[in-house]
Every structure is written in C-alpha cells, then in structure tokens.
Ligand binder design. Structure first.
Ligand SMILES: [Zn+2]
Length: 260
C-alpha cells in the first residue's frame, strides 16, 4: 500500500470525477492521500474533501499566493491561517516555502510569510510540507531559526549536500513524476543515495505528470491513481523491490505525520 504524500485533490481538474479518482486510487493500492489546498480560499473545500474521503490534510499558504485575497494585509492573512489551524486541527502545515524561480518575485514577503507559517507549525506541533524552488539554502536558514517537528521537502531538486542538510533536520524528501524520466539524472542519483527512511513518494497531482503520460513537462493530468505505477519505477531506480519501497515510504509518512 502506498501513500501519496503531496497532492492537490481540490484542483478544478478533479471537479468532474473526484469520487472516481479517490475510489480508483484506493483500488490501485493508495491507502492515503495528503491533500494540500495551498490557498485560503480553498480551505473550506479541503475541509469538505477531508470529511468525504478521509484525506490527510494540510493548511498552509503556497509561496506564490502569500499576497492572498485582495484587501487583506499579510498579517491579516497569517491571522486567518492561524484561525483555521486552531479550529480545524489539520494533520500538517503546507504547502509552504519559498519560490525564487522568478527572480525577485516577492522575496522579502515570501520570507516573512514562510517564517510566520513555520511558527504556526511549531506552536501547534505539526509537521510541514515544503515547496522549495531555487531556494534550498534560504529554506534551510529558516528551518534552523524556527524549529518544527520535521516534515516533507516536496519534489526535491537540490544538491546532494542540501539533501543531507534536510535529512539532518529530520525531513523526508519527496520524489515523484520527475524521477520517472531517465534524463532526470541528478534527481535519480538523490533518490538512490538518500537514506531510505527519508524517502517519500508523491504525485503533486494534477501537476508533474510521469513519463508514461508523455514527455517531460507535458500538460497531461497527473492523478493519485498513478502513484503505484510511479512507485514501481522509483523502486527500480532505487534498486529495491516495489513492495519493500511501498512499505518503507508509507512508514516514513506515518512516522512524520503520526505520533501526535
Ligand atoms: Zn504542490
């Protein structure tokens, strides 16, 4: 049995067939899905999704959405998140982090906001799901300042040295569609070398479609239904039996989220 450690089940791409997607995922051997709405306007939908399907659920503001709904200050936006967290008791805080793919885009706002979200995770003793894009060292700096109980660095794409720093801080690294492509050599090398107790699998559905849905960067809809197939490819990259890989990665998610 597998766990999809990073998924956006409330995306409009699933509006037409969400029930079928969840039922089929379960039938394929996906025992749990971590659902991350990422925007305060989607929290109510995520609450309904959690009640309907029993998803593990994270509340958090994605770094590209820190500006939030019009007319709200960053401080009010953070206050709103804190309110949701204290009322709904999510399983984790996420997807949060820093995205410096577009240079100078909101960098100082993103850093302030990330730090405040880490404090919420610390105050409620929750793990975090991290978005780390061209920002590994900055994210590490904040994690050293605000100590949280660990979590996941999703779609990890840093260097081996940066990976080792996340591992040292108790984080699991998430691997998914990208590592299914033979040309993704650096990510595949990380997948082989990171300690097994720090590896989790994810789809990031509807994004990051795996190799069997098309070429790298295609716009095909990814889905948690595909997680076992992705897991089998990742297990072969790692050189481990798929069953053992499923057990290990599932244990890693349970250990990271559970025990509260
Ligand atoms: Zn995501």
């Amino acid at each position: 049995m597998w766990i999809d450690s990073h998924c956006h089940l409330d995306s409009p791409e699933f509006d037409a067939d969400r029930d079928e997607v969840v039922a089929q995922s379960l039938a394929e051997g996906v025992e749990a899905i971590v659902n991350l709405p990422g925007h305060v306007d989607h929290f109510a939908q995520a609450k309904a999704t959690r009640e309907r399907y029993g998803c593990l659920t994270g509340y958090g503001i994605h770094p590209l959405w820190v500006a939030g709904p019009a007319g709200r200050s960053l401080r009010e936006h953070i206050g709103e998140l804190r309110h949701w967290v204290s009322r709904e008791k999510p399983d984790l805080i996420g997807e949060i982090g820093l995205d410096f793919f577009v240079a100078d885009f909101n960098q100082s706002e993103q850093e302030w906001f990330f730090s405040e979200q880490l404090k919420i995770a610390r105050d409620f003793d929750l793990p975090v799901s991290l978005h780390v894009r061209r920002s590994q060292d900055h994210v590490l700096k904040h994690l050293r300042r605000v100590k949280v109980r660990g979590g996941f660095a999703h779609a990890f794409n840093g260097s081996a040295q940066q990976a080792a720093e996340f591992v040292k801080l108790g984080f699991c690294l998430g691997f998914g569609g990208t590592a299914t492509f033979p040309q993704a050599q650096r990510v595949r090398a990380l997948l082989r070398d990171v300690p097994l107790e720090n590896v989790v699998v994810e789809t990031d559905a509807p994004d990051i479609p795996p190799s069997f849905l098309g070429t790298m960067g295609s716009t095909a809809r990814n889905s948690p239904v595909f997680l076992p197939q992705i897991g089998v490819i990742l297990a072969s990259v790692r050189g481990i039996a798929p069953e053992s890989f499923a057990v290990a990665t599932t244990d890693n998610v349970c250990r990271t989220i559970g025990g509260k």
